[in-house]
Each structure stands twice: as structure tokens, then as C-alpha cells.
Ligand binder design. Structure first.
Ligand code: MTE
Ligand code: CO
Length: 430
């Protein structure tokens, strides 16, 4: 966007910038190599000896970007979808580019989207949240009403129960964006659901709540009252700013540690009842058919899980052997991640990685493993453990427990095969 803006205004600067854009990737690689070989470089490095356009001319003023967007060189850092996965893009999903991110927070524009009836575009002035059912006082809140309740800030991951679901029977999608990208980690601001339920006064018979979305899918899920009173949040901000329309603007439910489907977006109603409703999303969907013919249901909590994001198929090693930074993310729906072990030989030997950044309950954790790569092929794996002693299983252990037919709740160990040329591929080790 800002480039076409420059096209109109600064002809001279543009010629140079366009050239730089097309040679951006190669230029970056040269720079890295020259940084490590600076003293032995035989030819002068133009990145040092030449005065660059950005050093010669003034740039955009403060009126050019009223809402900031990333550098044009970051244009490939985007959500992506897999067209053959769903019949249309309305009831569909796209994926967070995990291999491009660091730290623990997912930027708002990169949070994966999953909606069953498209994005509802809601005028907050017209939006209402109703609490009805087994309550002393049925209530209707405007957004302004919600803003007058005491609020909290909490960082939580949201993982779709179907994340990694396509990998049950074998390695399929080539990139952690696609295998593990149905997750984001955001700081939410909102009102504890407990305060709103207390305002309405839950009757003694009330044991369950049913949040409902205002979108065309009318998303509904049964949530036990205990969880609703514990840590659920009616959130209106993400990472400090208003929720994005795709994340449920103006208000969504946050259900920490539990499967993404329960985090109802565009929240318009919460009914209190005495038993679960057994709606579509908790019967025909979001249940796992076992080999016995029985199905697991109400599998709310997301299990301990991790994935190496770098290197990975979309983020190969381009620098050759030597100092290498391996990185990834880990999370658990039951609390904090305590340890992440890493193997470069397909699970024969394990070493403990370095967790860095805030360690928050039911939030993503970042891990690093700094090592000297000898340039030979590697089978990279990570295995997370949480503070409650739960350990990520191998794929075979998971299939032994749940059979071959499941989709949801695949928290098994992922393997990337890194070849001597640094490229990486999704594989399975038996
Ligand atoms: N809420 C409504 N109203 N409509 C929906 O389609 N999708 C659910 C949940 N809440 C959905 C919804 C599913 S399956 C998931 S995984 C999460 O929202 C996705 O949240 P996100 O789009 O912020 O990533
Ligand atoms: Co989902």
C-alpha cells in the first residue's frame, strides 16, 4: 500500500526501491554471509560501501501511515488457507504463519481464522449481550454497559480442536503453518464472565451455560457453570486494541485452555440451564470416534503440545553448518509448560531446550535450542511437559490409544526431516 503511495509522489526514489524489492531475498542472504565472513571478504561489499536510497533521501512523513502495516519486505508473512480442505472459503479456516513469528504473542492481523458462517460485520452500537434462562434477573448489556464492569488482562492461547487433525494417519501438510497453525496467543482485555453471571443471579438449578454467536452459524456450545465462574472472560480487546471482526468484534468469549470451538465469537447471548444442550458442535462435531465404535465427547481441555517452528518446511536452514538457532512454541490447556526437550535424531537422544519469555498458565511458551549443526541430515522433534506432569505422546502412542479415525486433539510429537542442503520436510517416524 505504501509503495503505490510512493509511486505517485516520489519518482526518483521509486526506481531504486523497486529494484531493491525484486532482489530483496538474495540481498538478505549476501548480507548474512558477509556478516560472518566480513574480515575475509575479498571484494568490497556494496551493502557497506554504497550509499543506499534510504540513506540518501528523506522518507515518508508521519501522515503516511495512520494505521501502521509491516514493511513491504514482509509481504509473505500472511495467513494462508488450504483450498481443498473445505468446500468454500466462508465455512473455512486459514492458518497462523508460526514459522515467521517469535516470542509468544500473535499479532492481530496474523491470528488464524475459523468461522462456520463467514465474518459477521457488527455495529457495536447495535450489539446486545443477553443473559437468560435459569437466572434471577434476565439481563441485556450494551457494549457501553460491559465497559463499566471491572476488567482484567490475560494472555491465553486459542487452539482449534482440529489443529494437526489432518496428520492423524500420516505426514500430510508441508509446513508448521498448516500442520499447527490453528492456534494464536493473545492478550485479552474483558470482563470476567463470573461478574456478569453474578449480576444476573444464577439459580440453584443452573449448572451449565450456553454461549451463542450473532453470526450466520449461530455457534453454540455447552460449558459447565464451574468453568464459566472460574476463568472465562467476555473480551472486547485483543493485544490492546479492539477485537478484529474475524476474531468476533465487538465481543467474544474466552475459555482458557479449552478447545477453540467453545470460544464463541460475536457473543450475543448466554443461556443458563440445568444440563448440556447436546447441540451439533458437541455431538456430530468435536467428538472422537474410537475403534470400539464409541465416541469421546466433552473433550474440552487442550493437551500439552509443542512444535518446532524454525527450521521447518517453510523455513529451511539457509546458512549451512555451524551455529544454528532452533526455535518453537509449546502450550498446555492445563497450566504452564515446565520443560521442552528437543531431539535432532528422531527421538533417540533428547536435550532440554531453553524456555524464554513469560511463562504464563494456558499461554504459549517460546523455546530455543542453540547448537552447532554438523551439516548432516536431522530428524527434528520436540516434546513438551507441563507443570502437571503431562507429556506429549508419539504419534503411534496416540493412535494406539485412540485408533486411526480421529481428527480432533492430535497433540503428538511432530518430526521435520532436515536434509544436508537445509531444506525440511514433514515426515513420520515409525
Ligand atoms: N464463534 C462463532 N460465533 N462462529 C464460529 O464459526 N468458530 C469457532 C470459535 N468460535 C466460531 C466461533 C472455532 S471452531 C474456533 S477454532 C474459534 O472460534 C476460532 O477463533 P479465531 O477465528 O479467532 O481463530
Ligand atoms: Co475450531
Amino acid at each position: 500500500m505504501s509503495l503505490s503511495h510512493r509511486d505517485d509522489q516520489k519518482e526518483v526514489v521509486n526506481v531504486g526501491r523497486r529494484r531493491l524489492l525484486t532482489s530483496g531475498a538474495a540481498g538478505g542472504a549476501t548480507l548474512l554471509a558477509s556478516a560472518t565472513n566480513a574480515l575475509s571478504a575479498s571484494k568490497p561489499d556494496p551493502a557497506i560501501t554504497e550509499i543506499q536510497d534510504w540513506n540518501r533521501y528523506t522518507g515518508d512523513g508521519v501522515d503516511a501511515r495512520p494505521y501502521g502495516t509491516p514493511s513491504a519486505f514482509e509481504k509473505d508473512v500472511v495467513r494462508r488457507n488450504v483450498p481443498w480442505l473445505t468446500a468454500d472459503p466462508i465455512a473455512s479456516v486459514n492458518f497462523t504463519p508460526l514459522h515467521e513469528l517469535d516470542g509468544i504473542i500473535t499479532p492481530n492481523g496474523l491470528c488464524f481464522e475459523r468461522h462456520h458462517g463467514g465474518i459477521a460485520e457488527i455495529d457495536p452500537a447495535e450489539h446486545r449481550l443477553m443473559i437468560n434462562g435459569l437466572v434471577e434477573r434476565p439481563l441485556v448489556f450494551t457494549m457501553e454497559d460491559l465497559m463499566r464492569f471491572p476488567r482484567v488482562n490475560r494472555v491465553y492461547f486459542l487452539e482449534c480442536a482440529a489443529n494437526t487433525g489432518m496428520e492423524w494417519r500420516g505426514a500430510q501438510l508441508n509446513g508448521c503453518q498448516f500442520t499447527h497453525g490453528m492456534i494464536h496467543n493473545v492478550m485479552y482485555t474483558g470482563v470476567p464472565l463470573r461478574l456478569l453471571l453474578e449480576e444476573a443471579g444464577v439459580k440453584t438449578a443452573g449448572k451449565w451455560v450456553l454461549p451463542e454467536g450473532a453470526d450466520a452459524s449461530h455457534m453454540t456450545r455447552s460449558i459447565p457453570l464451574e468453568k464459566a465462574l472460574d476463568d472465562c472472560i467476555v473480551a472486547f480487546k485483543m493485544n490492546g486494541e479492539a477485537l478484529r471482526p474475524e476474531q468476533g468484534y465487538p465481543v467474544r468469549l474466552v475459555v482458557p485452555g479449552w478447545e477453540g470451538n467453545m470460544w464463541v465469537k460475536w457473543l450475543r447471548r448466554i443461556e443458563v440451564g440445568d444440563q448440556p444442550w447436546h447441540h451439533r458442535e458437541e455431538t456430530s462435531k468435536y467428538t472422537d470416534l474410537l475403534e470400539s465404535g464409541k465416541a469421546r465427547r466433552f473433550t474440552w481441555e487442550m493437551d500439552v503440545k509443542s512444535v518446532i517452528t524454525n527450521p521447518s518446511p517453510q523455513a529451511p536452514l539457509t546458512h549451512g553448518s555451524g551455529h544454528t538457532v532452533l526455535s518453537g512454541v509449546a502450550w498446555s490447556g492445563s497450566g504452564k509448560v515446565k520443560r521442552v526437550d528437543v531431539s535432532i535424531d528422531g527421538g533417540r537422544n533428547w536435550q532440554t531446550s531453553r524456555l524464554d519469555g513469560p511463562s504464563l498458565s494456558k499461554s504459549m511458551h517460546r523455546f530455543y535450542f542453540d547448537f552447532d549443526w554438523d551439516g548432516s541430515e536431522m530428524f527434528l522433534q520436540s516434546r513438551a511437559m507441563d507443570e502437571n506432569g503431562q507429556v506429549q505422546p508419539t504419534k503411534n502412542q496416540l493412535r494406539e490409544a485412540r485408533g486411526p479415525n480421529s481428527v480432533y486433539h492430535n497433540n503428538s510429537i511432530q518430526t521435520w526431516h532436515v536434509k544436508p542442503d537445509g531444506s525440511a520436510e514433514n515426515v513420520e517416524i515409525s
